[in-house]
Design a protein around this ligand. Structure first.
Ligand code: DGL
Length: 267
């Protein structure tokens, strides 16, 4: 069967990378809305319009399930999309719950800090969805939230540990005591590409967590439950804002990102 994986840009490759390991024989249509990236600084109306357009495109192209591999699009649009479309729409959310469990475990053992920092786009950081989630699971008020929007722009340029990235991170964390945190939640799929740089800053005792594993697992469970016919091909076709990507340089860039994501697994 065909499965759509959608993001504003290359961040969605994080989920594709995981989904391929659960469902190696399905056909994936990866859709990056690169004409409109970044989403995190857009209005809710714009994000809803762009995301609806992409899901429409993917359903017309034959997808029988669509993953919103974008925390920002999930925050704003998942409920409306589930009402509008007759196929499973799988969202992604910041891994706050396992981060709190980890922080609590460490403090029980007398370990460091015990706070949790969620980094996300400005939209995810202010949206009700994240605040509701934190309220449900953060009974000891351990969670802080910080928007780090420029990381999306750096990622789109394939820039992950340049001096400009390092300077930006210094600036954005200038009022944050990094050693307070035993867990850093990557609340935007683009941020997984910076795990080496972030781990360097926060130290190896700080666990880096993201929602892509849970999201891919949900997708695999839905494919199993819905009893979709097993695929046989395992092809991935890439689209950038509705146009199939055929340019070899761009395809090579996507492949490099997937390779980088494999490297980031050790963090
Ligand atoms: N990668 C997306 C997310 O997970 C969106 C980033 C953006 O376009 O601002 O939030």
């Amino acid at each position: 069967m065909k499965i759509g994986i959608f993001d504003s840009g290359i961040g969605g490759l994080t989920v594709l990378h995981r989904a391929l390991s659960y469902l190696p024989n399905e056909d994936f249509l990866f859709y990056a809305d690169e004409a409109h990236v970044p989403y995190g600084t857009k209005t809710k109306e714009e994000i809803l319009e762009y995301t609806t357009g992409a899901v429409e495109f993917l359903t017309k192209a034959g997808c029988r399930a669509v993953v919103l591999a974008c925390n920002t699009a999930t925050s704003v649009a998942v409920t409306k999309l589930r009402e509008e479309f007759d196929i499973p729409i799988i969202g992604i959310e910041p891994a706050v719950k396992p981060a709190i469990a980890h922080a609590n475990e460490l403090s029980a053992e007398g370990g460091r800090g015990g706070r949790v920092l969620v980094i996300a786009t400005p939209m995810t950081a202010k949206e009700k969805k994240l605040h509701d989630l934190v309220e449900r699971v953060d009974s000891h008020h351990l969670v802080d939230i910080l928007a780090t929007p420029k990381l999306v722009e750096f990622a789109q340029k394939g820039e992950f540990n340049s001096p400009a990235v390092e300077n930006y991170l210094k600036e954005v964390f200038q009022d944050t005591v990094l050693s307070d945190y035993s867990a850093l939640v990557l609340g935007c799929t683009h941020f997984n590409l910076f795990k080496d740089t972030l781990s360097g800053l926060f130290g190896t005792q700080c666990q880096l967590l993201d929602g892509s594993e849970g999201c891919a697992r949900n997708l695999a469970a839905i494919v199993e439950k819905e009893g979709f016919a097993k695929g046989e091909c395992g092809n991935v076709t890439y689209f950038s804002s509705g146009e199939e990507v055929k340019d070899e340089t761009r395809l090579a860039f996507y492949r490099q990102i997937l390779e980088r994501l494999s490297e980031m697994e050790k963090y």
